[in-house]
Each structure stands twice: as structure tokens, then as C-alpha cells.
Design a protein around this ligand. Structure first.
Ligand code: HEC
Length: 326
């Protein structure tokens, strides 16, 4: 045992001498590979999210597509592969401090300069609404909240059909609420009844979502502008949406939530939809199976339950409630 330990130490010392600073042996990696020093808690998932959005012809696992590689616990970007997938964008990834590695600040600058373009996010709210068929009518569910993202009142919209599909999937598989590819969820932010900005999520075919924002004039923006703080998209969006922290008012629902430091935290939902059984069964906010934080499945299933009680539920939705055990 002692021998083995000493042996390991001398190998480490030796490689430290050979490669300067005791870093990983990268001598056999082609020159096009740059080490990614990201300091993220879930580096693999973050890389799948960000670089997955640059894989062509459509988002896919960047490890499988050869853009990113893991070796010995370190991650490397193949700059040639990135250039092949994104000839017009790859030059925007700069090693600003010329240390041969890509740090998070450099990667963040690249995402700021290229993610929206890589994902063909529509340049204006009008173009986005057009592409998503977004015109809030009775086919779109509306949920109004004062939450943590902004002090503005948020009116959030998702197609009922998308929520129905996600609930059907939950009933048929593992109970996790996962939306179909292409689903869009829109959050309009109102200050004093005026539309101040719009945030949106659009589901990519690889299971992740694009996050983006439009300013008060309806132009694509790099960040939100309403108080208490600007949020840069997508890098600051994923902080909350990918994490495990629970937020008000969803955390206390169906009970009312206490106010936050910047004002009310409230879901403006009729009492008939504050259904404790559905909330508990789906456990939607805490599980956030799809990085979606709102209670759309919970509220929709509660609405179906209310319809059943009123005798107005159609048979397909009755079967869905049954399948959910509600
Ligand atoms: C401080 C945490 C936090 C950050 C940062 C954040 N969100 Fe959210 N987001 C939430 C919560 C919580 C909800 C649930 C609804 C609510 O309470 O507002 C939500 C809901 C949403 C929704 C509706 C779909 C859903 O998940 O319920 C969209 C769209 C959205 N956020 C977009 C964004 C965008 C775009 C950004 C970045 C510019 C962002 N979010 C940053 C916490 C956050």
C-alpha cells in the first residue's frame, strides 16, 4: 500500500514537471481542442445546453456531435468542429486572455454574441408571435402571477393543447410533466397595466428550451429591464430554471404566499383551481421535470376536475383525469 502510494505521488510529480503546472496531459489532443474551465456545478448539462444549440442541422447532444469531449474529468471544445457546424459564428468565441483555455467569462461573451443567432430567435415580438401562432385566445391558458423574476405583473401563456399533451405523457410514463418539442411559453410583464417586456421559452428538439426576451418596443433584447434586476438571456435564465430552489408563489401553492422583499408574491387563481390533491399529486414546481417552474399542469388538471364536478367534462379529458389517478 505504502509503495503504491509513493508510486502515485512520483508519477504525479513527474507529470507535473513534464507539463509545467500539474494540469492534465493534453499533449496528444489535436491543436483544435481548447480546454473549457467553466466552474459550473453541472458542467456536462451546461455544455449540452449551450453547445447543443450550435449543433446543425438541429440541436443535439454536442458530445455525440463531436463538438465537446470529456477526458479525465476535463471538458474540451473542438474549435474545428464548431467552425464546421457554425462557420459564421465560431470566430466570436475568443480566448480573450490568451491562456489557451476558455473560461466561463469568455464562453458567456460568446453566448451573448451568438446564441440568439444560432437559434434563429425571431428579431421582433411580432415575428415571434407570428412564428409561434401566439395570439392569446381561448386555446391559450393564461396564468397571472407576481413572482420572483420581476416586480411586474406576469401574464403567462401556454397552449392548453401543449399542457394536455404533457399531462398525457405524465400519465402514460413516469409522472413527469414534459412538454412536446416546439412548445412555447410566453410571459408578458406589465408595469401599471402597460406591457414593459416579454419573456419566452421555446422547446428545442433535444429537450432543452431556448430562453429569450423582447423589450418594451418589441425588439429582441439581451436582458430583461424590469425591477428588481436585469436578467441576461439565456445565461441568467438557466440559473433558476435549471436549479432546485423553490420559489414563491408556486412553493406555497395552493396556500397564499408571503410577500417578498420587492412586493407581492401571488398567483391570481380562482379558489376552484386551488386544488390541494392535484398540487400534491403532480408536485409540479418542486419536480420541474422540464425546467418549467409554473403550475400549468396543476391548474389545468384542477380545471378539468372542476368541470367534472359541474358535469361539463368531455370524455377524453375524463379519461386523462382517470389516467392521472385524479
Ligand atoms: C430568480 C429566478 C428566475 C430567473 C433568473 C428567471 N426565471 Fe423565469 N421563472 C421563474 C419562476 C419562479 C417562474 C414561474 C412563474 C413565476 O412565478 O413567475 C418562471 C417562469 C418563466 C416562464 C414561464 C414558463 C415557466 O417556467 O413557468 C418563462 C417563459 C420564463 N420564466 C422565462 C425566463 C427568461 C427568459 C429568463 C431570463 C431572462 C428567466 N425566466 C429567468 C424564475 C426565474
Amino acid at each position: 500500500m505504502k509503495m503504491l502510494f509513493t508510486g502515485t505521488v512520483s508519477v504525479l510529480l513527474l507529470s507535473g514537471l513534464l507539463f509545467g503546472c500539474g494540469g492534465p496531459d493534453e499533449s496528444d489532443l489535436p491543436d483544435s481542442f481548447a480546454r473549457l474551465d467553466l466552474d459550473q456545478s453541472e458542467p456536462r448539462r451546461f455544455l449540452q445546453y449551450y453547445f447543443g444549440g450550435y449543433v446543425t442541422p438541429r440541436p443535439a447532444d454536442p458530445f455525440e456531435a463531436g463538438l465537446v469531449r470529456e477526458r479525465g474529468g476535463h471538458f474540451y471544445l473542438d474549435r474545428d468542429a464548431l467552425a464546421q457546424h457554425r462557420p459564421a459564428l465560431s470566430g466570436r468565441l475568443r480566448d480573450a486572455n490568451r491562456n489557451g483555455r476558455i473560461e466561463w467569462e469568455e464562453m458567456e461573451a460568446f453566448i451573448d454574441r451568438s446564441y440568439n443567432e444560432a437559434r434563429a430567435i425571431p428579431p421582433s415580438l411580432a415575428a415571434f408571435a407570428d412564428s409561434a401562432g401566439f395570439a392569446p385566445d381561448s386555446t391559450w391558458m393564461e396564468v397571472v402571477v407576481h413572482g420572483v423574476m420581476t416586480t411586474a405583473e406576469r401574464r403567462i401563456y401556454v397552449r392548453e393543447e401543449a399542457v394536455r399533451a404533457a399531462l398525457r405523457r405524465a400519465a402514460e410514463t413516469d409522472g413527469r410533466i414534459v412538454y412536446p418539442d416546439g412548445t412555447v411559453i410566453v410571459g408578458r410583464h406589465y408595469l401599471n397595466d402597460a406591457l414593459a417586456e416579454t419573456t419566452a421559452m421555446r422547446k428545442r428538439p433535444d429537450g432543452f428550451w431556448d430562453f429569450f426576451a423582447y423589450d418594451g418596443e418589441g425588439m429582441l433584447a439581451l436582458e430583461t429591464s424590469t425591477p428588481p434586476r436585469p436578467l441576461k438571456s439565456p445565461v441568467q435564465c438557466v440559473g433558476c430554471h435549471f436549479g432546485n430552489k423553490t420559489f414563491e408563489p408556486e412553493k406555497s401553492f395552493p396556500a397564499p404566499a408571503p410577500p417578498g422583499p420587492h412586493g407581492p408574491r401571488e398567483a391570481y387563481v380562482p379558489d376552484a383551481l386551488r386544488d390541494a390533491e392535484v398540487t400534491r399529486r403532480l408536485d409540479e414546481h418542486r419536480r420541474r421535470a422540464d425546467t418549467v417552474l409554473g403550475l400549468y399542469g396543476t391548474l389545468f388538471a384542477s380545471k378539468l376536475k372542476a368541470r367534472r364536478q359541474a358535469g361539463t367534462l368531455d370524455p377524453a379529458d375524463a379519461a386523462l383525469l382517470d389516467a392521472l389517478g385524479l
